[in-house]
Ligand binder design. Structure first.
Ligand SMILES: Nc1ncnc2c1ncn2[C@@H]1O[C@H](COP(=O)(O)OP(=O)(O)OP(=O)(O)O)[C@@H](O)[C@H]1O
Ligand SMILES: [Mg+2]
Length: 280
């Protein structure tokens, strides 16, 4: 394992820097994303969250620094190896990004047709219908995306992301554009999915109530740097003034929201105590 790797890490983002020409966007981001936990990346517009996410899933290469997945250095992979590695990641896009001209079934089956060419039609059907049922979308296979509610579309997007059985799921703004009740349902869904499939979740969010409900750890990104991390509670009440102000400005009542479920199951490996909130 690389220097700095911690026993509970699934992804270790190690001093990542990214420039676009003369523009410096990420200035040395370090994050430990723990296995089977939910990490939420928060931060203002233009802070570099999407850039970070694109590097995490291998769509963009860092200028310097590394992303280690299970101890393997993504930044050192060839394009061919990167393609293989990418299959460990599922991506749930903002607004679900469904193909409007395809049925729900065809949207969800898409990754299987692309990447599991040897799978029989019958197996594909079982897998797709099984996942749709699991996510509460019984008998919706032949619907068109336009016939679904926002929450249902999210679930179709999630079903599609789960088809290749990823170990890491990345959600880009999963609750944006949803009403508060549907947002809660999506939060529950993220946590149920993590729990049921033993997945590591990384969520980019502007929604502080949601962050409080799902995050084991939150990372606050300001101008291309992680300026604070810890549980949302630690950020809201800790030493870092900028973090406290960021959360206060969101208007969320930090004393009345808390995580939706029990903490993540402990790892078998020895646990290393880390300082809860640190300032970098
Ligand atoms: N391909 C690119 N070329 C040049 N500059 C870029 C590129 N991609 C992003 N940037 C710049 O990097 C900065 C961070 O952008 P990014 O999209 O990562 O922010 P963000 O935190 O996701 O913001 P938002 O919350 O608005 O989505 C911005 O100033 C943006 O203009
Ligand atoms: Mg963005």
């Amino acid at each position: 394992m690389p220097p700095g790797w911690e026993p509970r890490d699934h992804l270790f983002v190690d001093d990542l820097k990214k420039n676009f020409g003369p523009t410096k966007v990420l200035h040395g981001v370090t994050m430990h994303l723990r296995r089977k936990e939910t990490a939420v990346i928060i931060g203002g517009s233009g802070a570099g969250k999407t850039t970070l996410l694109r590097i995490l899933i291998g769509l963009e290469r860092p200028t310097t620094g590394h992303v280690w997945v299970d101890g393997e250095d993504m930044s050192a992979l060839s394009d061919y190896e990167m393609n293989r590695m990418r299959q460990q990641f599922g991506m749930v896009f903002q607004y679900a990004a469904l193909l409007d001209s395809l049925t729900v079934f065809d949207n969800v089956a898409f990754p299987l047709r692309e990447h599991r060419k040897k799978m029989s039609r019958a197996e594909q059907r079982d897998k797709v219908v099984g996942m749709l049922n699991l996510l509460g979308l019984e008998n919706k296979e032949e619907r068109m995306p336009s016939e679904l509610s926002g929450g249902q579309r999210k679930r179709v997007g999630l079903a599609r992301a789960l088809m290749l059985e990823p170990q890491i799921l990345i959600y880009d703004e999963p609750t944006s554009g949803l009403d508060p009740l549907t947002s809660r349902m999506v939060d529950d869904l993220i946590e149920e999915t993590r729990d049921r499939f033993g997945i590591t979740s990384v969520v980019i969010s502007h929604d502080m109530a949601s962050t409080f409900r799902i995050a084991h750890q939150a990372f606050l990104v300001v101008q291309g740097r992680v300026i604070a991390h810890g549980t949302p509670d630690e950020l809201a009440h800790g030493d870092n003034e900028e973090a406290r102000n960021f959360i206060k400005a969101s208007g969320v009542a930090t004393d009345s929201v808390s995580r939706v479920d029990k903490p993540a199951p402990p790892e078998e490996t020895t646990q290393v105590q880390r300082s809860p909130t640190s300032v970098e």
